[in-house]
Design a protein. Structure first.
Length: 621
């Protein structure tokens, strides 16, 4: 092979080597760039800050967002070209030894000790950060930073909570134990009351309760092993034991703990002495039974009003409210208060909430069946189930008493009305007799018909006054009475008379005949002054009740004088029916009815009256 060939071959080899070297260099740079990009991506996603410093200059060449946030910078780029000593030095001071040592330690020769360091933000505020480690290379070193303030606070809170937990357990009269279902081993977590778990030789359990206690504890372990128990629902048992030679009642609660470890979760148990509590409950029940017996004997309803709800109500109280004690317990107090009495009831609640007595108050309660019941209630503040705003409520059904009082008032009013009627009757009779006697004195031989009529009316009034015994009620045909009245008079004057049929009422016949004739006589006298006299007797309906009327087309009267029509002493000058109307009004009132008039001057008058239909007796006078 000649020199030319050898030279060509060498050139080809060198060219190939150059190409391979170039390709290797390019690949290496690409790999480095890819690794650098991946490294930056990972650094940005880290949950803690990272600072990469140049080995020779000590300046920061790269930082992630978390480092910028921790150190108070807007962006990670704001940290570049700064040094660690600058970040570790307070504003206004020169970088100290602490910074130099930190930078020097970020070298391959020695690791950086983990620990807290105080960095300073651009605004001068300190940032207590933990240097958790350093990755050092020949050209750069990376420092990892974490804000341990939250971790320090959490650890301090946890230590404080554990300390308080241990203190409470040491002072509380309870035994706390933990059972590991995997090993079956039980350990006491704390005991300031007992040194061992009840059930052993030192604290024997009553034989009749020992078997149930053993089954209770085994069941708690089995439920924890099976994983079917709800941690929010504890298992509870009470049993009797002997402690220090005395009998005690213990309450044990077992709860499955929530555990993130593998295997069945542990069972936490609490044992407390409830001897005094149960004895207090027994005494309370005895006192409540005595109180119920007293309240039953006195006829009072008794209940505890706590947070506006009723509890511990006795049978009498439930009867007053129209229900049973079981259905009342826990219900809102104002459910039973009538709206008309709610204001008074709320005022009483406010008084007892302040610790004052609620005075005796009359109120209306509303029973479950909707009926109203009148009660007299009072309340006094008490303590109930740790509620300082509770009150003992005493109430009595006074419905019958109120009804009696109402009947007495009505009877008194009726008596007063009767006396007033009797007084008017006597005055009317006395007036009629006086007029008749004066007429007899003037002409004793030939007394006039008017004088005799007045005398007869006076005698009838006095007879009615003397008849104070009850009279049997009967059906009275007012239509027949009206026709009988107008019959003898129909030929005396051209008067148009219309009498409706079927006008009947219940009452004393003689009295109703007289009252009706008095009204008809008044209409006859009024209509005779009209050019074409007209009288109508009929009936209308008002509110479902019959109302009888007598209407005439006489001269009428002003309604301002209507109140004087039925008073013989004050009758209007243009009315000559005072005594007659007064007598009719008294009779109708004694039947429980009313008499009233409606009129306009020059348009006649209508007299309405009612006679309630009711079976029974009628007492005149």
């Amino acid at each position: 092979m000649g020199l030319v060939e050898i030279t060509f071959a060498a050139v080809v080899v060198l060219a190939g080597a150059l190409v391979l070297a170039t390709f290797a260099l390019v690949s290496a740079r690409r790999s480095k760039n890819r690794i650098s990009q991946e490294t930056r991506f990972l650094q940005e996603e880290l949950p803690y800050g990272s600072l990469t410093t140049d080995r020779e200059t000590g300046r920061i060449t790269a930082a992630n967002r978390e480092a910028a946030r921790l150190l108070g910078f807007t962006t990670a780029a704001d940290l570049e070209s700064r040094t660690l000593p600058e970040l570790l030095t307070p504003p206004g001071e020169s970088p100290g030894e602490a910074g130099e040592n930190t930078v020097k330690s970020a070298s391959p020769e020695g690791p950086v000790p983990e620990g807290p360091n105080t960095f300073y933000r651009p605004d001068g505020t300190p940032a207590r950060l933990f240097v958790s480690g350093v990755l050092s290379g020949s050209e750069a070193a990376t420092v990892f930073l974490a804000d341990d303030a939250e971790r320090f606070a959490a650890e301090a809170a946890l230590l404080d909570l554990e300390d308080r937990y241990r203190t409470v357990l040491s002072l509380a009269p309870a035994v706390v134990y933990t059972t590991d279902p995997a090993t079956g081993q039980t350990t006491l977590d704390a005991s300031g009351w007992l040194d061992t778990l009840p059930g052993g030789p030192e604290i024997p359990v009553y034989p009749e309760d020992a078997e149930d206690l053993d089954a209770f504890r085994k069941r708690a372990v089995r439920l924890a092993t099976e994983g079917t128990e709800n941690p929010e629902k504890p298992q509870v048992i009470e049993y009797r034991a002997t402690l220090g030679g005395r009998a005690v009642r213990l309450r044990e609660e077992a709860r499955v703990l929530v555990s993130g470890k593998e295997g069945p979760p542990p069972v936490r148990g609490f044992v407390t002495d409830v001897t005094g509590l149960r004895a207090a409950e027994d005494r309370y029940r005895e006192a409540l039974d005595i109180n119920r017996a007293i309240s039953y004997a006195s006829g009072l309803g008794v209940a505890v009003r706590s947070r506006n709800r009723l509890f511990e109500i006795n049978t009498i109280g439930a009867d007053i409210l129209g229900t049973t004690p079981e259905k009342v317990s826990g219900r809102v107090y104002f459910d039973f208060v009538h709206p008309d009495s709610e204001r008074a009831a709320r005022a009483g609640v406010r008084r007892t909430d302040r610790g004052d007595e609620e005075p005796r108050t009359r109120m209306l309660f509303r029973r479950d069946d909707g009926r109203e019941v009148a009660v007299e209630a009072l309340a006094t503040p008490v303590r109930y189930a740790d509620d300082g705003a509770a009150a003992l409520l005493l109430f009595e059904d006074i419905t019958a008493r109120e009804q009696d009082r109402l009947q007495q008032r009505l009877a008194a009013e009726d008596l007063e009305r009767r006396n007033s009627g009797l007084e008017q009757l006597v005055r009317s009779a006395a007036g009629d007799l006086a007029v008749a006697l004066r007429a007899l004195e003037s002409d004793p031989e030939t007394p006039s018909e008017a004088s005799l009529t007045r005398m007869n009316r006076a005698v009838e009034d006095l007879s009615s006054l003397a008849s104070l015994t009850e009279t049997a009620m009967q059906t009275v045909d007012l239509s027949e009475i009206s026709r009988s009245y107008f019959g003898p008079r129909s030929g005396r004057r051209d008067v148009e008379v219309i009498v409706a049929g079927g006008l009947t009422a219940e009452g004393d016949r003689s009295s109703l005949v007289r009252a009706t004739e008095e009204l008809l006589d008044n209409a006859w006298r009024a209509a005779r002054r009209s050019p074409r006299p007209r009288i109508v007797v009929g009936r209308v309906e008002q509110a479902g009740e019959p109302v009888f009327f007598v209407r005439d087309n006489g001269r009428g009267f002003d309604m301002a004088d209507a109140g004087r029509l039925f008073d013989p002493r004050r009758a209007p000058d243009n009315s000559d029916g005072g005594p007659r109307l007064s007598s009719a009004a008294r009779i109708i009132e004694r039947h429980g009815g009313q008499l009233w008039a409606e009129s306009e001057p020059g348009k006649g008058a209508t007299f309405y009256f009612t006679v309630p239909s009711a079976s029974g007796r009628y007492a005149p006078g």
